[in-house]
Design a protein around this ligand. Structure first.
Ligand SMILES: NC(=O)c1ccc[n+]([C@@H]2O[C@H](COP(=O)([O-])OP(=O)(O)OC[C@H]3O[C@@H](n4cnc5c(N)ncnc54)[C@H](OP(=O)(O)O)[C@@H]3O)[C@@H](O)[C@H]2O)c1
Length: 240
């Protein structure tokens, strides 16, 4: 991968992917809303360029064209921007911000990235879903629902690429807990387990993408949790 666009790279997984790819000699354009964090990324490596944007309030197609022109093409787009919080009180602002970011903003970016890559001879598109996508979650219903949407959308694009012979490889990244600001457990730290350092998570994502994997669990043991979640009968699931 030579030229990479990461949407949502100011912090957490996206930022670490940006730093690790830049270290490997790739050219990376990092995006996000927090300008000071974008500036610090730019300063950290001559391989990193930045572009401020809000996925909820942008024209993703224009962004892709602009970044593509500046980089001389894009080989890989990673959709990392996301929001979620514990919301057992169902505060409307939190539920709606989650949907706006993880569904509406995500859709604009994913569709624009797919179209861009298809029109430019192909490439890779990776979207970050979550183990939370496998069942409805009472800790914050909008978050798990939004991640189910992300997984389904990415699968839709994967099938579309096959049917279109579009040469766009579509990967879905499924993290469990990764040590970032977004990782939250019900009841605080007690609700968090198997938390991966962000460096390890990024390394596994880069490895999975380099092998063209369709589904990338981060870390790998979360595949087991995903499998168990899918099989658990409702009368047990609702008690845990
Ligand atoms: N950490 C975990 O345990 C975990 C588990 C499963 C899935 N995930 C997923 O991993 C992805 C990355 O999250 P993270 O853990 O790295 O959390 P994070 O550190 O909070 O990073 C979130 C990133 O998304 C960007 N973002 C949020 N809203 C945005 C908006 N409206 N427009 C543009 N960018 C926006 C943020 O940038 P700005 O604030 O600067 O805009 C930031 O760069 C998310 O999709 C998350 O759902 C994380």
């Amino acid at each position: 991968m030579k030229n990479i666009l990461i949407i949502g790279a100011t912090s957490g997984i996206g930022r670490e992917l940006c730093l690790q790819y830049a270290k490997r000699g790739c050219k990376v354009t990092a995006t996000g809303r927090r300008q000071a964090l974008l500036a610090s990324l730019k300063e950290s490596s001559s391989n990193i360029a930045t572009c401020a944007m809000d996925v909820v309030d942008c024209n993703a197609a224009e962004l892709l064209q602009k970044v593509g022109a500046a980089m001389g093409g894009i080989d890989l787009v990673i959709l990392s921007a996301g929001y979620g919080d514990i919301n057992q009180e169902l505060v409307a602002a939190i539920e709606l911000r989650t949907v706006n970011t993880n569904v509406l903003g995500f859709t604009d970016c994913a569709a624009a990235a797919y179209r861009y890559l298809k029109e430019h001879g192909g490439g890779m598109l990776a979207g970050i879903s979550s183990v939370a996508s496998f069942r409805g979650g009472s800790a914050g219903p909008a978050y798990s629902a939004s991640k189910a949407y992300v997984s389904s959308y990415m699968e839709g694009l994967r099938v579309m690429s096959y049917k279109d012979k579009a040469n766009v490889k579509v990967s879905t990244i499924i993290p469990g807990f990764v040590d970032t600001a977004l990782a939250k457990g019900v009841g605080g730290e007690d609700g968090i387990f198997w938390m991966a350092p962000v460096e390890k998570a990024a390394k596994q994502i880069i490895s999975g993408l380099s092998r063209g994997k369709k589904i990338i669990y981060v870390t790998r043991r979360w595949r087991l949790v995903a499998w168990a979640l899918r099989l658990l009968p409702d009368f047990i699931y609702k008690r845990i």
